[in-house]
Design a protein around this ligand. Sequence first.
Ligand code: MTE
Ligand code: MO
Length: 227
Amino acid sequence: MNGMTLPKYSLFLFLLAIAILIIVVLSSFFAQSPELIMLSEREITEYEGEPLSSILDFRENSIRGPQYIDRESYRMQIGGLVETPRTYTYDEVLAFPHYGKVLTLYCVEGWDVTIFWEGILVSDLLDSATVQPGANTVVFSAYDGYSTSLPLDYTRDKDVLLAYRMNNITIPAERGYPFVLVAEEKWGYKWIKWVTTIEVSDDPGYRGYWEERWYSQTADITDDFYA
Ligand SMILES: Nc1nc2c(c(=O)[nH]1)N[C@H]1C(S)=C(S)[C@@H](COP(=O)(O)O)O[C@H]1N2
Ligand SMILES: [Mo]
C-alpha cells in the first residue's frame, strides 16, 4: 500500500513546488521596482536668502511668439571660425559641466526679473569645437529667426551660460526651451531664447534682430539701449 501512495504523494509535492516556483517567478517579474512618479516641479522663490522673481514675471514679447521645440529632433550647431564644427543633441549639450548663478534680466521696456539660472558654459561648447585664431565675435541664432552677437572675450570673461533650467525647473517653452543665453550685464534683447546655432566670427559688426533696428550693439545695461 505504501508503495502505491508514496509516488502519488511525492508527485503532488513536486507539482506544488513547481506551482510555487512559477508564482514566485511571475510575481517577482510583475513586482519589479515600482514605477517612478514625478511630482510636479516646483519653482523656488529665493536662493540663499536672495529673493527671486517668478518665471511668470516675464512679459512675452518675442518677435514671433513662443516656439515649441521638440527635444528629440533638437540640434545645437557650432560653426564658423572653428577647427571642428559640432552638432549636439539636447543630451549631449547637457553632458557638459553644469554651473549656476543668480542674475537679473533687464528688458528695455522697463521691467526686470531676477532668476536662478543653471546651464553650461558657452566657452566649454566653443572649446569643444576649437576656436580659430583671429576670431573675436560669437553670433547666436534661434529657432524663430532671431539673432544677436557678443564679443568672444565677454563670453569667456563673464562665464556666459546657456541655461537649461531657471528657478530649479526646466526652462518652459515660452521662456526659451531648450536653451537661453544668460547675457550678464546686457539688455534683455541679448538673452536669446531657443538658441540653435552658435557661429564664431571675426566680424564684431554683426548686428542681430534688434541691433539691426538700431538698438545698441554693446547693450550694456549701464548705457542707453537706443544708440
Ligand atoms: N529667440 C528670441 N529670443 C529672444 C527674444 C525674441 O524675440 N526671440 N526677445 C528678447 C527680449 S527683447 C527679451 S527682453 C528677452 C525676454 O523676453 P521674454 O519676456 O519674451 O521671455 O528675450 C530675448 N530673447
Ligand atoms: Mo526686451
